[in-house]
Design a protein around this ligand. Structure first.
Ligand code: SF4
Ligand code: SF4
Length: 89
């Protein structure tokens, strides 16, 4: 499942650098998560890193993007392949 950031976000900037998929960015009013890039940290960490660091616990599962673990793995592999194509890490 992709996660999402609610409007309880206080824009503390802590989660953005922790995301291994560059899925977090500043939105119009608060930080947002790109569901196309969030793998719930599958492939990188055992626990969602953004949830671990968020001081106000405003990062629930996105009900519009319910995905199985296998789907998350596929997303992880797709992101890694895209990264390889552009010559990055
Ligand atoms: S769960 Fe992981 S991949 Fe998803 S936004 Fe948070 S840090 Fe990024
Ligand atoms: S860690 Fe939580 S409060 Fe801070 S920017 Fe991220 S979502 Fe917002």
């Amino acid at each position: 499942m992709a996660l999402m950031i609610t409007d309880e976000c206080i824009n503390c900037d802590v989660c953005e650098p922790e995301c291994p998929n560059q899925a977090i960015s500043m939105g119009e009013d608060h930080y947002v998560i790109d569901p196309q890039r969030c793998t719930e940290c599958v492939g990188h960490f055992d626990e969602p890193q953004c949830v671990q660091v968020c001081p106000v616990s405003c990062i629930p599962v996105n009900p519009a993007h319910v995905e199985s673990r296998e789907t998350l793995w596929q997303k992880y592999r797709r992101l890694q392949a895209a990264k390889a194509t552009v010559g990055g890490g």
